[in-house]
Design a binder for this molecule. Sequence first.
Ligand code: ARG
Length: 281
Amino acid sequence: MTMQTLARDGAGISAGQPARTYLMCPPTYFDVQYAINAWMDPTSPVDRDRARHEWERLRATYASLGHTVHVLPPVPGLPDMVFAANGATVVGGMVLGARFRHPERAAEADAHRIWFEEHGYRRIRTAEHVNEGEGDYAFAYRAIVAGHGFRTDPVAHNELHDAFGLPVVSVRLIDPRFYHLDTALCVIDPFTAAYYPGAFDEDGLIKLQALFPELIEATEEDALAFGLNAVSDGRNVIVPDDAMTLIARLTERGFHVIPIEMTELRKAGGGPKCCTLELRP
Ligand code: ARG
């Protein structure tokens, strides 16, 4: 198959590429009012209309690919709630709730739990230890990669294993700019992941190399452009448009890359993946 055919096929869901279901929360109350990561500067203003525009574009992109997006109602006073990926982890219809590290975001966990209760989810577990959902937990088909170091408590990784029964591969994050696993690692398909090596310690790098037959390296520039905060359905990969090297490397390997602008939400330390919680049936 030529690269062009691959790209054409990538414009939608091709055979064997199941549609995904995502939960997103609009940036209605988005703001940078506090600083809980290295990206946030409460003294520099955010443009909420622009954030809304970026968010709508992302939502429309999922729809154009045939994916379903559910909307979590935003709550006033929770300016980071747009980062829906942090509110839970959902695999096989089972929901593991989040428990946020910082009090500023604590109430988001309840808003998520209520949404799941009201939408027919029967298996919902409340977390005992700090875990920031898919911010630090990356579903990798045969296993879940679990980050710790800045947010999620390593003890929570046991809870993760109990909830889903999948092997958990614990990795430590060492660079405060990449405070959540989803800023440094993106699972592309069952065999492929993209990562920024500088975000992990030696032990983590060995584990990632053992888990993924194909590991695509992102440059520091890509990582700083939130390139690893990408969303993949196994074929189409939505990537912040300034992660140039990563975009080229994914394209070379036959993935259909959809570049997206997401600079306003980055002011809070987030990108496309942070805005997207996958609901795996
Ligand atoms: N300001 C938010 C925080 O620091 C950003 C969260 C981004 N989400 C993510 N999945 N990395 O918690």
